[in-house]
Design a protein around this ligand. Structure first.
Ligand SMILES: Nc1ncnc2c1ncn2[C@@H]1O[C@H](COP(=O)(O)OP(=O)(O)OP(=O)(O)O)[C@@H](O)[C@H]1O
Length: 421
Protein backbone atom coordinates (compact mmCIF):
# COMPACT_ATOMS: atom_id res chain seq x y z
CA UNK A 1 0.00 0.00 0.00
CA UNK A 2 2.79 2.38 1.02
CA UNK A 3 4.56 1.51 -2.25
CA UNK A 4 1.42 2.24 -4.22
CA UNK A 5 1.01 5.63 -2.51
CA UNK A 6 4.63 6.47 -3.26
CA UNK A 7 4.08 5.48 -6.91
CA UNK A 8 0.90 7.59 -7.09
CA UNK A 9 2.69 10.62 -5.60
CA UNK A 10 5.51 10.22 -8.12
CA UNK A 11 3.05 9.86 -10.97
CA UNK A 12 1.32 13.15 -10.18
CA UNK A 13 4.66 14.96 -9.74
CA UNK A 14 4.93 17.70 -12.33
CA UNK A 15 7.32 17.02 -15.16
CA UNK A 16 10.25 19.47 -15.45
CA UNK A 17 9.39 22.69 -17.31
CA UNK A 18 11.08 23.24 -20.65
CA UNK A 19 13.58 26.12 -20.53
CA UNK A 20 12.18 29.45 -21.61
CA UNK A 21 13.38 30.64 -25.01
CA UNK A 22 15.07 34.02 -24.79
CA UNK A 23 14.61 35.89 -28.09
CA UNK A 24 17.41 38.06 -29.37
CA UNK A 25 16.26 41.52 -28.36
CA UNK A 26 17.80 44.96 -28.11
CA UNK A 27 19.37 45.89 -24.83
CA UNK A 28 21.24 48.97 -23.62
CA UNK A 29 24.87 48.43 -24.53
CA UNK A 30 27.58 49.72 -22.20
CA UNK A 31 30.70 51.22 -23.71
CA UNK A 32 33.71 48.88 -23.74
CA UNK A 33 35.80 51.57 -22.01
CA UNK A 34 33.57 51.48 -18.91
CA UNK A 35 34.34 48.94 -16.16
CA UNK A 36 31.28 47.04 -15.04
CA UNK A 37 30.60 45.36 -11.66
CA UNK A 38 32.81 42.24 -11.24
CA UNK A 39 35.14 43.51 -13.96
CA UNK A 40 36.70 45.58 -11.21
CA UNK A 41 37.80 42.39 -9.44
CA UNK A 42 39.36 40.64 -12.47
CA UNK A 43 36.75 39.41 -14.95
CA UNK A 44 38.70 36.34 -16.11
CA UNK A 45 38.15 34.78 -12.66
CA UNK A 46 34.37 34.72 -13.12
CA UNK A 47 32.22 32.17 -14.91
CA UNK A 48 30.82 33.73 -18.13
CA UNK A 49 27.15 33.26 -17.20
CA UNK A 50 24.52 34.15 -19.80
CA UNK A 51 20.92 34.97 -19.07
CA UNK A 52 18.82 32.12 -20.46
CA UNK A 53 21.57 29.54 -19.85
CA UNK A 54 20.56 26.30 -18.09
CA UNK A 55 23.02 25.35 -15.35
CA UNK A 56 23.50 21.78 -14.18
CA UNK A 57 20.59 20.72 -16.50
CA UNK A 58 18.20 22.26 -13.99
CA UNK A 59 18.54 25.95 -13.20
CA UNK A 60 17.73 28.44 -15.96
CA UNK A 61 19.33 31.84 -15.29
CA UNK A 62 16.73 34.63 -15.51
CA UNK A 63 18.69 37.65 -14.24
CA UNK A 64 21.61 38.91 -12.24
CA UNK A 65 21.07 39.58 -8.53
CA UNK A 66 24.51 40.76 -7.54
CA UNK A 67 28.21 40.13 -7.39
CA UNK A 68 31.00 40.07 -4.87
CA UNK A 69 34.73 39.61 -4.89
CA UNK A 70 34.39 35.85 -5.08
CA UNK A 71 31.13 35.24 -6.92
CA UNK A 72 28.22 36.39 -9.03
CA UNK A 73 24.68 35.62 -7.86
CA UNK A 74 21.81 34.92 -10.27
CA UNK A 75 18.10 34.48 -10.03
CA UNK A 76 17.28 31.21 -11.72
CA UNK A 77 14.19 29.16 -12.34
CA UNK A 78 14.48 25.64 -10.98
CA UNK A 79 12.97 23.71 -13.91
CA UNK A 80 12.43 20.61 -11.78
CA UNK A 81 10.98 22.14 -8.62
CA UNK A 82 9.10 24.89 -10.52
CA UNK A 83 10.31 27.71 -8.34
CA UNK A 84 12.90 30.47 -8.27
CA UNK A 85 16.29 30.01 -6.62
CA UNK A 86 19.45 32.06 -6.25
CA UNK A 87 22.58 30.47 -7.73
CA UNK A 88 25.91 31.68 -6.41
CA UNK A 89 28.68 30.93 -8.92
CA UNK A 90 32.13 31.19 -7.38
CA UNK A 91 35.24 32.43 -9.17
CA UNK A 92 37.71 29.85 -10.47
CA UNK A 93 40.28 30.80 -7.79
CA UNK A 94 37.90 30.89 -4.88
CA UNK A 95 38.56 29.08 -1.63
CA UNK A 96 34.83 28.96 -1.21
CA UNK A 97 34.52 25.22 -1.56
CA UNK A 98 34.97 25.74 2.21
CA UNK A 99 31.64 27.54 2.13
CA UNK A 100 29.99 24.47 0.57
CA UNK A 101 31.46 22.27 3.31
CA UNK A 102 30.20 24.73 5.92
CA UNK A 103 26.66 24.65 4.52
CA UNK A 104 26.78 20.84 4.71
CA UNK A 105 27.95 21.12 8.31
CA UNK A 106 25.16 23.61 9.09
CA UNK A 107 22.51 21.30 7.64
CA UNK A 108 23.65 18.51 9.97
CA UNK A 109 22.66 20.56 13.02
CA UNK A 110 19.32 20.63 14.77
CA UNK A 111 17.37 22.02 11.84
CA UNK A 112 14.20 22.34 13.90
CA UNK A 113 15.88 24.83 16.25
CA UNK A 114 14.68 28.41 15.96
CA UNK A 115 18.14 29.73 15.11
CA UNK A 116 18.36 27.58 11.97
CA UNK A 117 15.55 29.68 10.45
CA UNK A 118 17.73 32.75 10.65
CA UNK A 119 20.77 31.55 8.79
CA UNK A 120 21.08 31.25 5.04
CA UNK A 121 21.01 27.59 4.02
CA UNK A 122 22.03 25.87 0.81
CA UNK A 123 19.55 23.79 -1.18
CA UNK A 124 22.02 22.24 -3.62
CA UNK A 125 25.57 22.53 -4.88
CA UNK A 126 27.20 21.68 -8.19
CA UNK A 127 30.21 22.59 -10.26
CA UNK A 128 30.63 24.39 -13.57
CA UNK A 129 33.73 24.31 -15.73
CA UNK A 130 34.89 27.11 -17.98
CA UNK A 131 38.18 27.20 -19.89
CA UNK A 132 39.20 24.09 -17.99
CA UNK A 133 38.79 25.77 -14.58
CA UNK A 134 36.25 24.83 -11.92
CA UNK A 135 33.56 27.14 -10.54
CA UNK A 136 31.82 25.74 -7.45
CA UNK A 137 28.14 26.75 -7.23
CA UNK A 138 25.65 26.96 -4.39
CA UNK A 139 21.88 27.10 -4.71
CA UNK A 140 20.07 29.20 -2.12
CA UNK A 141 16.65 30.54 -1.38
CA UNK A 142 16.37 33.90 -3.17
CA UNK A 143 16.63 36.63 -0.55
CA UNK A 144 15.65 40.26 -0.52
CA UNK A 145 17.83 43.28 0.25
CA UNK A 146 20.44 43.42 2.95
CA UNK A 147 19.98 45.67 5.97
CA UNK A 148 22.40 48.11 4.38
CA UNK A 149 20.46 48.24 1.09
CA UNK A 150 17.19 48.73 2.98
CA UNK A 151 18.71 51.75 4.68
CA UNK A 152 20.05 53.05 1.36
CA UNK A 153 16.70 52.52 -0.42
CA UNK A 154 14.88 54.40 2.32
CA UNK A 155 17.41 57.24 2.30
CA UNK A 156 18.01 56.77 6.04
CA UNK A 157 21.26 56.10 7.80
CA UNK A 158 19.83 54.32 10.84
CA UNK A 159 17.21 51.75 11.83
CA UNK A 160 14.40 52.57 14.22
CA UNK A 161 14.76 51.17 17.73
CA UNK A 162 12.04 48.56 17.05
CA UNK A 163 13.59 47.38 13.78
CA UNK A 164 16.97 47.17 15.47
CA UNK A 165 15.47 44.92 18.16
CA UNK A 166 13.75 42.65 15.64
CA UNK A 167 16.94 42.23 13.63
CA UNK A 168 19.11 41.63 16.68
CA UNK A 169 16.75 39.06 18.18
CA UNK A 170 16.96 37.02 14.97
CA UNK A 171 20.71 37.57 14.73
CA UNK A 172 21.30 36.25 18.26
CA UNK A 173 19.13 33.20 17.54
CA UNK A 174 21.25 32.58 14.42
CA UNK A 175 24.49 33.06 16.37
CA UNK A 176 23.31 30.81 19.18
CA UNK A 177 22.72 28.03 16.61
CA UNK A 178 26.07 28.73 14.98
CA UNK A 179 28.02 28.87 18.25
CA UNK A 180 26.33 26.27 20.43
CA UNK A 181 24.99 23.71 17.99
CA UNK A 182 27.49 23.97 15.11
CA UNK A 183 30.55 25.21 17.09
CA UNK A 184 31.31 27.80 14.44
CA UNK A 185 32.49 31.37 14.79
CA UNK A 186 31.04 33.48 11.98
CA UNK A 187 34.17 35.39 11.13
CA UNK A 188 37.41 33.62 10.56
CA UNK A 189 40.18 34.81 8.34
CA UNK A 190 40.44 38.34 7.16
CA UNK A 191 42.02 39.38 3.88
CA UNK A 192 43.44 42.84 3.29
CA UNK A 193 40.61 44.43 1.37
CA UNK A 194 37.85 41.96 2.10
CA UNK A 195 35.76 41.71 5.17
CA UNK A 196 33.53 38.79 6.00
CA UNK A 197 32.43 39.88 9.44
CA UNK A 198 28.88 40.28 10.69
CA UNK A 199 27.75 43.46 8.99
CA UNK A 200 24.63 45.03 7.57
CA UNK A 201 25.51 43.66 4.09
CA UNK A 202 25.45 40.11 5.44
CA UNK A 203 21.94 40.26 6.85
CA UNK A 204 19.45 39.65 4.02
CA UNK A 205 15.69 39.10 4.21
CA UNK A 206 13.44 36.15 3.38
CA UNK A 207 10.99 36.72 0.54
CA UNK A 208 7.40 35.92 1.50
CA UNK A 209 5.90 37.87 -1.37
CA UNK A 210 7.21 35.66 -4.19
CA UNK A 211 5.43 37.79 -6.82
CA UNK A 212 8.57 39.99 -6.84
CA UNK A 213 10.56 37.03 -8.25
CA UNK A 214 8.16 36.57 -11.16
CA UNK A 215 8.17 40.34 -11.70
CA UNK A 216 12.00 40.32 -11.77
CA UNK A 217 12.02 37.57 -14.40
CA UNK A 218 9.41 39.32 -16.55
CA UNK A 219 11.19 42.68 -16.27
CA UNK A 220 14.47 41.10 -17.43
CA UNK A 221 12.65 39.31 -20.27
CA UNK A 222 10.82 42.35 -21.59
CA UNK A 223 13.37 45.03 -20.73
CA UNK A 224 16.80 43.40 -20.59
CA UNK A 225 19.28 45.02 -18.24
CA UNK A 226 22.21 46.98 -19.67
CA UNK A 227 25.21 44.87 -20.50
CA UNK A 228 28.61 45.01 -22.04
CA UNK A 229 29.97 42.75 -24.74
CA UNK A 230 33.39 41.37 -23.87
CA UNK A 231 35.48 38.87 -25.83
CA UNK A 232 34.06 35.68 -24.32
CA UNK A 233 31.01 36.92 -22.42
CA UNK A 234 28.36 39.48 -21.65
CA UNK A 235 28.79 41.42 -18.44
CA UNK A 236 25.46 42.41 -16.94
CA UNK A 237 24.36 45.14 -14.59
CA UNK A 238 22.60 43.63 -11.55
CA UNK A 239 18.88 44.19 -11.28
CA UNK A 240 17.17 45.06 -8.01
CA UNK A 241 14.19 43.10 -6.78
CA UNK A 242 11.03 45.19 -6.33
CA UNK A 243 9.82 46.21 -2.90
CA UNK A 244 7.79 43.28 -1.47
CA UNK A 245 4.37 43.80 0.15
CA UNK A 246 6.04 43.16 3.49
CA UNK A 247 9.66 42.59 4.45
CA UNK A 248 10.41 39.01 5.51
CA UNK A 249 12.57 37.81 8.39
CA UNK A 250 16.30 38.65 8.41
CA UNK A 251 18.81 35.85 7.81
CA UNK A 252 22.53 35.84 8.49
CA UNK A 253 24.67 35.07 5.41
CA UNK A 254 28.27 34.56 4.34
CA UNK A 255 29.80 31.67 6.25
CA UNK A 256 32.67 31.15 3.84
CA UNK A 257 35.20 32.28 6.42
CA UNK A 258 33.68 30.78 9.53
CA UNK A 259 36.20 29.42 12.05
CA UNK A 260 36.08 26.16 13.98
CA UNK A 261 35.22 27.09 17.56
CA UNK A 262 36.60 23.81 18.92
CA UNK A 263 40.14 24.84 17.90
CA UNK A 264 42.40 27.52 19.33
CA UNK A 265 42.14 30.48 16.97
CA UNK A 266 45.00 32.86 17.36
CA UNK A 267 45.41 34.47 13.98
CA UNK A 268 44.43 37.93 12.79
CA UNK A 269 40.68 38.14 12.28
CA UNK A 270 37.92 40.71 11.87
CA UNK A 271 38.43 43.90 9.90
CA UNK A 272 39.70 47.03 11.59
CA UNK A 273 36.90 48.71 13.50
CA UNK A 274 35.08 45.43 14.27
CA UNK A 275 38.17 43.80 15.73
CA UNK A 276 37.82 42.67 19.31
CA UNK A 277 40.43 43.37 22.02
CA UNK A 278 41.74 39.78 22.09
CA UNK A 279 42.66 40.00 18.39
CA UNK A 280 44.27 43.41 18.92
CA UNK A 281 46.22 42.26 21.97
CA UNK A 282 47.12 38.97 20.32
CA UNK A 283 45.62 36.16 22.35
CA UNK A 284 43.20 33.42 21.27
CA UNK A 285 39.69 34.42 20.33
CA UNK A 286 36.48 32.45 20.27
CA UNK A 287 32.68 32.81 19.96
CA UNK A 288 32.70 35.99 22.03
CA UNK A 289 34.63 37.73 19.21
CA UNK A 290 31.40 37.57 17.17
CA UNK A 291 29.58 39.21 20.08
CA UNK A 292 32.04 42.13 20.14
CA UNK A 293 31.59 42.38 16.35
CA UNK A 294 27.80 42.70 16.81
CA UNK A 295 28.29 45.35 19.53
CA UNK A 296 30.39 47.41 17.12
CA UNK A 297 28.01 46.82 14.20
CA UNK A 298 25.05 48.12 16.19
CA UNK A 299 26.67 51.53 16.03
CA UNK A 300 26.69 51.44 12.21
CA UNK A 301 23.01 50.61 11.86
CA UNK A 302 21.59 52.52 14.83
CA UNK A 303 23.84 55.54 15.21
CA UNK A 304 24.66 55.88 11.49
CA UNK A 305 28.41 55.90 12.14
CA UNK A 306 31.20 53.59 13.28
CA UNK A 307 31.76 53.21 17.01
CA UNK A 308 35.42 54.12 16.44
CA UNK A 309 37.41 55.15 13.38
CA UNK A 310 40.78 53.63 14.29
CA UNK A 311 42.40 56.35 12.17
CA UNK A 312 45.85 57.22 13.38
CA UNK A 313 46.45 60.97 12.98
CA UNK A 314 50.21 60.46 12.78
CA UNK A 315 50.16 57.57 10.29
CA UNK A 316 47.09 58.62 8.32
CA UNK A 317 45.55 55.13 8.34
CA UNK A 318 43.99 52.52 10.61
CA UNK A 319 46.30 51.55 13.48
CA UNK A 320 45.51 49.35 16.45
CA UNK A 321 46.89 51.95 18.86
CA UNK A 322 44.44 54.55 17.53
CA UNK A 323 41.60 52.03 17.84
CA UNK A 324 42.62 51.20 21.42
CA UNK A 325 42.82 54.80 22.60
CA UNK A 326 39.36 55.54 21.17
CA UNK A 327 37.97 52.53 23.02
CA UNK A 328 39.70 53.60 26.23
CA UNK A 329 38.07 57.00 25.87
CA UNK A 330 34.54 55.56 25.61
CA UNK A 331 34.59 52.34 27.66
CA UNK A 332 37.48 53.02 30.02
CA UNK A 333 40.91 51.35 30.25
CA UNK A 334 41.35 47.59 29.84
CA UNK A 335 41.90 45.62 33.06
CA UNK A 336 45.52 44.84 33.95
CA UNK A 337 44.77 41.11 33.79
CA UNK A 338 43.83 41.42 30.12
CA UNK A 339 46.87 43.55 29.32
CA UNK A 340 49.11 40.93 30.93
CA UNK A 341 47.63 38.20 28.71
CA UNK A 342 48.35 40.05 25.46
CA UNK A 343 51.29 39.17 23.24
CA UNK A 344 51.35 42.72 21.87
CA UNK A 345 50.49 44.67 25.05
CA UNK A 346 54.00 46.05 25.58
CA UNK A 347 53.60 48.06 22.38
CA UNK A 348 51.04 50.30 24.09
CA UNK A 349 51.11 49.72 27.89
CA UNK A 350 53.76 49.58 30.61
CA UNK A 351 53.95 46.66 33.05
CA UNK A 352 51.46 48.40 35.36
CA UNK A 353 48.90 48.69 32.59
CA UNK A 354 49.49 52.41 32.06
CA UNK A 355 49.20 53.77 28.51
CA UNK A 356 52.59 54.70 27.02
CA UNK A 357 52.32 58.44 26.42
CA UNK A 358 54.69 60.24 24.02
CA UNK A 359 57.95 61.48 25.61
CA UNK A 360 61.31 62.81 24.42
CA UNK A 361 62.50 59.34 23.46
CA UNK A 362 59.23 58.27 21.83
CA UNK A 363 57.60 61.44 20.48
CA UNK A 364 55.76 59.43 17.84
CA UNK A 365 53.45 57.71 20.33
CA UNK A 366 49.80 58.76 20.55
CA UNK A 367 48.55 60.47 23.71
CA UNK A 368 45.34 59.21 25.30
CA UNK A 369 42.16 61.00 24.25
CA UNK A 370 40.01 62.96 26.67
CA UNK A 371 37.75 60.70 28.64
CA UNK A 372 34.25 60.31 27.18
CA UNK A 373 31.61 57.57 27.52
CA UNK A 374 29.19 55.43 25.55
CA UNK A 375 26.44 57.63 27.07
CA UNK A 376 28.02 60.68 25.42
CA UNK A 377 28.43 59.10 22.00
CA UNK A 378 24.92 57.55 21.85
CA UNK A 379 22.72 60.15 20.17
CA UNK A 380 19.26 58.67 19.63
CA UNK A 381 17.75 57.74 22.96
CA UNK A 382 16.93 59.35 26.27
CA UNK A 383 16.11 58.40 29.82
CA UNK A 384 15.26 54.79 30.65
CA UNK A 385 15.44 53.68 26.98
CA UNK A 386 18.98 54.95 26.71
CA UNK A 387 20.04 53.43 30.01
CA UNK A 388 18.67 50.00 29.07
CA UNK A 389 20.10 50.17 25.54
CA UNK A 390 23.56 51.10 26.82
CA UNK A 391 23.52 48.32 29.41
CA UNK A 392 22.73 45.94 26.58
CA UNK A 393 25.57 47.27 24.40
CA UNK A 394 27.99 47.26 27.32
CA UNK A 395 27.31 43.57 27.91
CA UNK A 396 28.82 42.99 24.46
CA UNK A 397 31.59 45.60 24.48
CA UNK A 398 33.50 44.11 27.41
CA UNK A 399 37.29 44.15 27.19
CA UNK A 400 37.47 40.66 28.64
CA UNK A 401 35.95 38.07 26.29
CA UNK A 402 34.75 35.94 29.23
CA UNK A 403 32.69 38.85 30.55
CA UNK A 404 30.77 39.33 27.30
CA UNK A 405 27.30 37.83 27.31
CA UNK A 406 26.69 34.90 24.99
CA UNK A 407 24.15 35.10 22.16
CA UNK A 408 21.75 33.02 24.27
CA UNK A 409 22.15 35.27 27.31
CA UNK A 410 21.66 38.36 25.17
CA UNK A 411 18.29 36.99 24.02
CA UNK A 412 17.12 37.54 27.61
CA UNK A 413 18.39 41.09 27.82
CA UNK A 414 15.69 43.45 29.17
CA UNK A 415 16.19 46.04 26.40
CA UNK A 416 16.01 43.39 23.68
CA UNK A 417 12.89 41.80 25.17
CA UNK A 418 11.04 45.10 25.47
CA UNK A 419 9.58 44.69 21.99
CA UNK A 420 7.76 41.51 22.97
CA UNK A 421 4.82 43.43 24.40
N1 LIG B 1 20.31 34.38 -1.86
C1 LIG B 1 20.38 35.59 -2.45
N2 LIG B 1 19.29 36.19 -2.95
C2 LIG B 1 19.36 37.40 -3.54
N3 LIG B 1 20.48 38.08 -3.69
C3 LIG B 1 21.61 37.54 -3.22
C4 LIG B 1 21.63 36.27 -2.58
N4 LIG B 1 22.89 36.00 -2.20
C5 LIG B 1 23.62 37.03 -2.60
N5 LIG B 1 22.87 37.97 -3.21
C6 LIG B 1 23.34 39.24 -3.80
O1 LIG B 1 24.59 39.03 -4.40
C7 LIG B 1 25.58 39.88 -3.82
C8 LIG B 1 26.88 39.11 -3.70
O2 LIG B 1 26.68 38.02 -2.82
P1 LIG B 1 27.74 37.63 -1.72
O3 LIG B 1 27.99 38.78 -0.81
O4 LIG B 1 27.29 36.34 -1.12
O5 LIG B 1 29.00 37.42 -2.66
P2 LIG B 1 30.54 37.23 -2.29
O6 LIG B 1 31.23 36.99 -3.59
O7 LIG B 1 30.66 36.19 -1.22
O8 LIG B 1 30.90 38.64 -1.72
P3 LIG B 1 32.27 39.06 -1.01
O9 LIG B 1 33.23 37.92 -1.25
O10 LIG B 1 32.67 40.33 -1.73
O11 LIG B 1 31.85 39.29 0.41
C9 LIG B 1 25.01 40.32 -2.50
O12 LIG B 1 25.45 41.59 -2.16
C10 LIG B 1 23.52 40.30 -2.75
O13 LIG B 1 23.15 41.54 -3.33
Amino acid sequence: MAGLLKWARGAVKRAPSPPRVYPIVKFPLISTSEKVEEENFGIERYYPTRIGEVLSSRYQVVGKLGFGNSSTVWLARDLQAHRHVAVKIFTNDSKDTDEIAIYKHLSRGNTSSLGYRYIRTAMDSFELVSRGLKHPCLVHEPLWDSLRTILERSGRDRLTEELLRINLQRLFLALDFLHMDRKLIHTGCYHDSLSFHIKSDNILHLIEDTSILGAFEEAEFSQPSPRKNAADREIYISRMLDMPKSIGEPVLCDFGNAADGTKVNNYDAYPDVYRCPEVMFGFPWSYSADIWNVGAMIWDIFEGKHLVSGQDPKKGRYMTRAHLRELISIIGPPPLELIKRGRRSAEWFDENGKWLEPDENQPDRLPLLASSSLEAVEENLDGKDKEMFLNFVKSMLQWEPEKRKTARELLHDPWLRRSQK
